[in-house]
Design a protein around this ligand. Structure first.
Ligand code: ADP
Ligand code: MG
Ligand code: ZN
Length: 467
């Protein structure tokens, strides 16, 4: 039975930008730093008298994401102070953007975006220390992008598909590593249900969701909860909720604060930004990489196994590697390259953690030798395992170890002649109908060529010679 309730969802996604330095100071932006309070200075610790300087690399990354999603890059933008007091926010306010975001509009996975703006991340608090709270400021002031969607998502499935596609885009344009487990991408889901198509229900916002599975779980939980409230004839209260991973439940955190509680105002320490004067937006648009949706369509034309397409599209490094091999091997060999890369190479990697992907040049050389018939598939796999150890030139290795197959028809014919003249009884047997002898001749030829003859070519030539 279909539900009379319509679900409406709007997402707010935060992503830590991948930049060299923090948003307002020269401190290293290093999310891998384990030791607390290493990458801090007077500016990100908000010592009196210090002034922020906006990181243009971060602004450019937000513009790049905006171009990738087809949003409008604002002519004019500014930074605002969002005032609130908490130990993870040393200034007593967060620098964010309120009325004038860098990007307006755009679309991801068919879902309309409201805006993308730039702000700073907070420090990290840890609460379980014998009653004390410890604060690590390495993350304070790291550039943080916030993307907001229109309320146009209608199920948990759609929300997860949206978030996955956004994650791919952020990775393809190298704006963010967007790893949810590491908190580099965090999602807030606004959820409401209503029986009335024309009128939204009251929304609740579930904060800081750290995995796709939790996005899915939290939305479905909220939808069920709202419906149960309405079915009892009660009202949903607008509030901020958290997600309890262990219980798989949302829980009330606080009643929703309003924008005026933050007393937003333009930050007087930072200049206004005329983006089209500061950045060459057309140049940024032109230098966009191929986006995941376009790449997916191109791979679909190659007739790859469906799971190979998914593996490649979800791993931009693997996919770029694959493409660079294809560029020297040719798109007509797309299936062959995918098989060697995603079956053989990944298989070897899974078995032996000390192996590495060879350079794409060496990998392409290996595949080219296979295509030209210089290596059998056995030989190709053996040399693959070698070059995954030390990334050496596969051609040099094959030459040095006499592994190159001979495709020289005349040379192979000579070997065949010798083998056949040395085996008169076997030839007679074959001619009287003992077809199994054929593989005996192939074996003898391979032996005489010391393994260097191309077995497929031997077979072809033997058939002619035995007629
Ligand atoms: P707030 O001022 O409470 O933060 P916004 O209007 O800025 O609310 O919207 C925040 C997010 O909530 C956006 O993603 C928006 O699409 C979504 N949203 C707004 N109203 C609803 C609703 N009734 N149901 C679901 N999502 C909503
Ligand atoms: Mg919000
Ligand atoms: Zn600093």
């Amino acid at each position: 039975m279909s539900s009379p309730y319509i679900t409406t969802i709007g997402l707010e996604v935060h992503a830590e930008l991948h930049t060299n330095s923090k948003m307002w100071c020269g401190c290293k932006n290093d999310p891998t730093e384990k030791k607390p309070n290493q990458n801090i200075c007077e500016v990100c610790m908000a010592h009196p008298g210090t002034l922020p300087v906006a990181n243009h690399e971060a602004i450019k990354k937000v513009i790049t994401v905006g171009c990738a999603v087809g949003g409008i890059i604002a002519d004019f933008t500014e930074f605002d102070r969002k005032n609130y007091f908490y130990p993870d926010i040393p200034k007593g306010y967060q620098i964010s953007q309120y009325k004038l975001p860098i990007v307006v509009g755009g679309m991801v996975n068919g879902k309309a975006l409201t805006r993308i703006h730039l702000e700073e991340d907070t420090a990290k608090s840890s609460h379980d220390n014998d009653g004390y709270t410890l604060v690590d400021y390495n993350r304070a002031g790291v550039p943080l992008m916030e993307l907001v969607t229109e309320p146009v998502i209608h199920s948990a499935e759609e929300a997860v598909a949206f978030a996955r596609e956004l994650q791919r885009i952020l990775r393809y344009v190298e704006a963010s590593d967007a790893n949810m487990e590491l908190g580099q991408m965090r999602i807030e889901a606004n959820i409401s249900v209503s029986k009335d198509k024309e009128k939204f229900g009251t929304k609740c916002e579930v904060k800081n969701i750290n995995s796709f599975a939790s996005v899915f779980g939290a939305i479905n939980y909220e939808v069920k909860r709202h419906i149960a409230v309405y079915e009892k004839g009660e009202k949903v209260i607008q509030e901020t909720r958290g997600w309890d991973e262990a219980k798989q439940e949302t829980f009330s955190q606080r009643k929703k604060e309003n924008a005026h509680d933050y007393r937003y105002f333009p930050d007087p320490d930072l200049p206004k930004l005329y983006l089209h004067k500061l950045f060459n937006i057309d140049e940024i648009k032109k230098s966009l990489p191929e986006l995941p949706s376009v790449r997916r369509e191109r791979y679909a034309k190659y007739n790859l196994q469906l799971n190979y397409v998914d593996i490649l599209i979800d791993d931009v490094h693997m996919s770029n590697y694959y493409d660079s091999v294809l560029s020297s091997v040719g798109e007509n060999n797309a299936v062959l390259v995918a098989n060697y890369l995603l079956s053989d190479t990944l298989g070897l990697l899974a078995k032996d953690g000390s192996l590495k992907l060879p350079s794409s040049d060496n990998f392409a050389k290996l595949i080219n030798m296979n295509i030209r018939g210089e290596l059998s598939s056995r030989g190709t796999k053996d040399i693959l395992a070698i070059i995954m150890k030390d990334d050496q030139d596969p051609k040099e290795y094959a030459k040095k170890h006499n592994l190159i197959q001979t495709n020289d028809t005349e040379a192979l014919k000579k070997i065949i002649e010798e083998v056949l003249s040395e085996s008169p009884t076997q030839v007679a047997d074959y001619k009287s109908g003992k077809e199994a002898m054929f593989m005996y001749f192939v074996g003898q030829c391979m032996k005489k060529s010391k393994g260097s003859g191309n077995p497929a070519l031997f077979q072809e030539l033997l058939k002619i010679a035995l007629q």
